[in-house]
Design a protein around this ligand. Structure first.
Ligand code: NAD
Length: 481
């Protein structure tokens, strides 16, 4: 009997829907169906694949209210965020990859040896196994599924079992848009069961994972049994570096928005603000003041700024980080109070040590730590002083400082005078313990393809010059005579 799983609204604790969880045998069946469907989908023209994605964009847009409501229900995120960020972002992403499907190309051909012409074919890999997290379920499913399908692959995706609903709805939209059976399958199951079976499955050609660094490492180990291609979008601990010439009001607003988006459950959220001494006191005051004005409450209320976290257990985990930081000498200038169910008050900490857990580890909650620095060298060195490298921002009005920060901060993305915006045309992905591989953009599309070199002899000579390296001309003549 399959395990019955209750999908719960974290804000109220109410069960939204019960689902039967998949197990390893369902992975075999889904991968088998995907293998059977993959060659047909690969041979569909890019224009037709693009048209399916374009229809998905239109259908998603028509149902945006349903998708936004469901995302908020299963995640506890504010409805304003679901309506204005999660759903329109996914609509745009589907439209982008619909168009990008038609732009995929190999490099122009050329003669790199006197006797041959070379060209590059980009071909789909076959079947992609995708594993997604709970923080932006619809966005993350789109980031994985759209480029993989646009490139001509079949996909089996496992959403987080606690937030599967919008991924299931997305697959329904794909069916309505004309995607052939078997090309996209959603399997709702537990990570160590279904996720692990997918990552290690012999019928999978690539594993595309978004989630924590710890699980990403396990996924890469399982995928090594192929070996098969791995794409890892992992945790982050984004620094937010404020130089002393920055626009203070912009930096304060940017820090609060960057730290609180999605309740701080965002891999690129601003988590560590480093502020040059002349601005430090005023920055802390400004952030504390603005955090005090933030409305925490019912996620379905459009006036709410911060909803619930993903669960009461996760809120306790976040509070554990804050409690240990305070015990180690940090001071809470805002928040820091015990959670109320899954709700956690936005928290501002000062006085933490650079090497402490709260500065080094991913908290994944509405918690911002602010630390001072003296000169530019120190600010950049502190920004780089964690194991992560997903995203960062630098705040300055000096073009040279901005240039230096964008070069020297080790991250997959450096924003200058902003923090968070993402766009379909540009890549998202990390370095260091934040993983490797890119989501979104043409770079992502290319990752779901293999590069094939086609080398054609163009002289028509039966005896090639290079044959001398294998057998001599004499022996060649005997052979022919
Ligand atoms: P998680 O690593 O716990 O889970 C991610 C997915 O992996 C889930 O579907 C889960 O069921 C599955 N999983 C768990 N154990 C597994 C196993 N042994 N084998 C295979 N799959 C397994 O992450 P989470 O808590 O769902 O999400 C939060 C994390 O995701 C944070 O670390 C965050 O930074 C990261 N994240 C990164 C990005 C990015 O683009 N880099 C984007 C969003 C979230």
């Amino acid at each position: 009997m399959p395990e019955r799983f209750p999908v719960t609204n974290p804000a109220t604790g109410e069960v939204v829907r019960h689902l039967d969880l998949a197990d390893a045998s369902d992975v075999d069946a889904a991968v088998g169906a995907a293998r059977a469907a993959a060659p047909g989908w690969a041979s569909v023209s890019p224009a037709e694949r693009g048209a399916v994605l374009a229809r998905v964009a239109t259908l998603l847009d028509e149902r945006s209210e349903d998708f936004a409501g469901t995302e908020t229900l299963q995640c506890g995120k504010p409805i304003r965020l679901s309506r204005e960020f999660d759903v329109p972002g996914t609509v745009d992403n589907a439209a982008f990859f619909g168009a990008a499907a038609r732009m995929l190309e190999g490099k122009a051909s050329g003669e790199y040896s006197p006797e041959h012409t070379s060209s590059i074919r980009r071909e789909p890999l076959g079947v992609v196994g995708s594993i997604a997290p709970w923080n932006y379920p619809l966005n993350m499913a789109g980031w994985k599924v759209f480029p993989a399908l646009a490139a001509g692959n079949a996909v089996v995706i496992k959403p987080a079992e606690i937030t599967p609903l919008t991924t299931i709805m997305l697959a329904e939209v794909f069916a309505e848009a004309g995607l052939p059976d078997g090309v996209l399958t959603v399997l709702v199951g537990r990570g160590p069961v279904v996720g692990a079976a997918l990552a290690g499955h012999p019928g999978i050609d690539m594993v595309s994972f978004t989630g924590s660094t710890a699980v990403g490492r396990q996924v890469a180990e399982l995928a090594a049994s192929g070996p098969r291609r791995v794409h890892l979008e992992l945790g982050g601990k984004a620094p937010f570096v404020v130089f002393d010439d920055a626009d203070l009001e912009a930096a304060v607003h940017g820090a609060v928005a960057g730290a609180l988006i999605n309740g701080g459950q965002d891999c690129t959220a601003a988590t560590r603000a480093y502020v040059q001494r002349p601005l430090y006191e005023r920055f802390v005051e400004g952030v504390a003041d603005l955090l005090g004005q933030v409305r925490v409450g019912d996620p379905s209320d459009p006036a709410t700024d911060v909803g619930s976290l993903i669960s009461a257990t996760h809120a306790e985990r976040v509070h554990g980080f804050v409690t240990r930081a305070v015990q180690a000498g940090a001071k809470a200038m805002r928040g820091g109070t015990a959670p109320d169910g899954a709700f956690y008050r936005p928290t501002l900490l000062v006085g933490a040590a650079q090497q402490s857990e709260i500065v080094q580890d991913e908290v994944f909650g509405p918690v911002l730590v602010v630390l001072p620095f003296d000169d530019d060298d120190e600010g950049i060195a502190l920004a780089n002083d964690t194991r992560f490298g997903l995203a960062a921002s630098a705040w300055t009005r000096d073009v040279y400082r901005a240039g230096r920060a964008s070069r020297e901060i080790a991250a997959g993305c450096v924003w200058i005078n902003d923090h968070i915006p993402i766009i379909s045309e540009m890549p998202h992905g990390g370095i260091k313990a934040s993983g490797y591989g890119k989501d979104m953009s043409m770079y992502s599309l290319e990752e779901y393809t293999s590069v094939k070199h086609v080398m054609s002899e163009i002289t028509g000579k039966a005896r090639k010059d290079w044959h001398r390296t294998v057998f001599t001309g004499d022996r060649g003549e005997q052979g022919n005579g």
